[in-house]
Ligand binder design. Sequence first.
Ligand code: KG4
Ligand code: ZN
Length: 488
Amino acid sequence: MAQPVAQLSFVCAPLSRALSHLRRRPPSPPRFLCSASRRRKNVGVPKNVQIDPPAPQLTADQSPWEDFLVPHLAGNSRPAFPARYDRSAPPFLVLGVESSCDDTAAAVVRSDGTVLAERAVSQHALTEQWGGVVPHVARDAHERAIADVIDGALADAGLHAHELHAVAATMGPGLEVCLRVGYRAARDVARAHALDFVAVNHLEAHLLVARLPRPSAATTCPPPCGGDGDASAVQSLAQGAEQDPEMPRFPFLTLLVSGGHCQLLLVRGVADYAVLGGTLDDALGEAYDKTARLLGLRVGGGGGPALEKLATRGNPSAIPFPVPMAKRPDCNFSFAGLKTSVRTAIDRLGGDEAVRASDALTADVAASFQETAVRHLEQRVTRAIAVCAAAHPGEMDTLVVSGGVAANRVIRARLQGVCEKAGWNCVVPPVQLCTDNGVMVAWAGVERLRKGIADDTQNLDVRARWPLAGLDRLAMPVPPDVSLKEGA
Ligand code: KG4
Ligand code: ZN
């Protein structure tokens, strides 16, 4: 599900103009002022019904920096925001539902960061069988799984739906027919129990989950808490996200790398993003998946994990693939050329069969591919850090790496190294929260509710495309005179 980024038609803005836009923040919404005494069921969050506004048209002299709000949230007025979502209020409970691609997932998360329960059913076997995600096959699998996943998460949490405060569901981007399954199920729970509803952007959920308070070894989850295996690893009883000193604070830089996206974003706050760069062709996860297929690996669980595992046995310098766009002074990515280089190398080594028959050869190709992709990431992240440091002198010091590919241990370690060189912190969610999950959706719901954002299910529908800043079709002009000290 790559979302190619069209080439930008205009050239770099002058440094001062670009940086002043980068610094600019939208006016803050009015803070909550209403009475706390109203009963939960009767208090409606101000509804925001406009989820699909027309794409903003940029004129030739307009900078895309100005177009940074998540489109459907821009200008949302919230005259009376319920007290239960205020930071000083007792923790509230959100059910999160995810079905954007091939994972059906749900989780119950408390606003202090406690993961009460999570359930997930993956479609790995189907993906393996069909050689990828087939929309109607995936939709049918979501339909078979969704009720059990939601009911199971609630049961594990020891809750009845009426005890929740809100339901959050991924509304895009993703496969429409799949998104709709999760949305409808989540909406029905919300309507049946008069709960607030939050429409969650999948990309925002990936990056905001880095702010979920870390599990605290000192506390345990109150029974019944539910979850097993990976789920228990992410249960957290940290008392309040704000108290976690390692929680990334706004503004921070995010590298979002998943199966469909590869972006560098300046995150000013919830629903407040600027795109520093995006991929001109394939997403990084897609490049991993395609390369894994070229090497004949099993891709049911995504090609990335299989390729990462194989690469541990190979020599990363065996095949010196060119690092993409090494001479392009911006924050964009490209992986299509690397994939072609892999194809050419396999042909040179004797073709598919010869390479696949040799564990050493496949491992060398995998390791060399990964090394080149990682060097590309290192160069772009180094540049983006320089851009942010120039735009927010002394104010920014954190990189968040998010999305499914952030589960990759080599990428985590190497970007940690880039940050160390720059004197920045590198925050990466636990591996099990990098790939698609229900916790990130519920947590994005918490963050949005705290900001006074909720949605009216009356006129809502899912969206296959939902760029975070309306900018994924644009390449970001990077100030030409920001000095770049490449880490790699
Ligand atoms: O975020 P995600 O679960 O789904 C999307 O939103 O796309 O990301 C899935 C992508 C797949 O392309 C998968 O191959 C990749 O993330 N991925 C990895 C690893 N784990 C998942 N890529 C490289 N190394 C990994 N360990
Ligand atoms: Zn994802």
